[in-house]
Design a protein around this ligand. Structure first.
Ligand code: DC
Length: 218
């Protein structure tokens, strides 16, 4: 069984995907972390994310593992527990750049298919239901109001940076949406056979139960 959850940043897909995977005892694969891992590795090497050939080389040689843990999962990049680094805003911006590079996408999509092939997986991203697993058993497309997605992001980041400006964060969310939806390769679009879930105003638990109910009714 392959469950695909796609949607824009802040729509709640990773939080819910993680919980759904836990409830079903499936593996959870955060494909955004893979694009972030390429950007982070480049940053560690002192390289910017714009050089597609270099980024493809990094993507090809990257060893990325998703290991279940008490709080969801660990992401090991070349053996190092990297989740805290991957969440960084600079890494997020670099990830958006590498995610628009054709050769990087080809390499990471192949890795995602390899990981998912064994089945019983919940995979979240932007193109899982359209490109990675068009034959997924169940596809969800999460959306939410941009102001609410900005507020969620603000709450998540403000403990680390109390000087954050909510208006700027909302503007960044809109900007990221624009980039994801308008890039030439694998833009963020809903698969025709996906179920749209508007998470605006819903709690994590409400959305998780809604998704599980739909999966169980298959
Ligand atoms: O979901 P996220 O913020 O961790 O994703 C990081 C970047 O990677 C973001 O710009 C969208 C992109 N991405 C993608 O293009 N395709 C995916 N399957 C997952 C993420």
């Amino acid at each position: 069984m392959i469950i695909a959850i796609d949607g824009p940043a802040g729509s709640g897909k990773s939080t819910v995907a993680k919980l759904v995977a836990k409830r079903l005892n499936y593996r959870y694969i955060d494909t955004g972390a893979m694009y972030r891992a390429v950007a982070w590795t480049a940053q560690k090497k002192g390289m910017g994310p714009a050089d597609e050939t270099a980024m493809a080389q990094i993507a090809g040689s990257l060893d990325i593992e998703f290991v279940p843990s008490a709080d969801g999962q660990l992401v090991l990049v070349d053996g190092e527990n990297a989740m805290a680094h991957l969440k960084n805003e600079t890494v997020g911006r670099g990830a958006a750049t590498v995610a628009a590079q054709k050769s990087v996408r080809e390499i990471l999509v192949a890795k995602q298919r390899q990981i998912g092939e064994a089945g019983n997986v919940v995979m979240d991203g932007r193109d899982i239901g359209t490109v990675v697993f068009p034959q997924a058993d169940k596809k969800f497309f999460f959306i939410a109001d941009a102001d609410e997605r900005g507020r969620r992001r603000y709450e998540e980041l403000k403990s680390k940076n109390p000087n954050l400006d909510l208006k700027i964060i909302i503007e960044e969310v809109r900007q990221r949406d624009h980039e994801d939806r308008n890039r030439k390769i694998s833009p963020l679009v809903m698969a025709e056979d996906a179920l749209e879930v508007d998470t605006t105003g819903l709690s994590i638990e409400e959305v998780t139960n809604h998704v599980l109910k739909n999966i169980n009714n298959l």
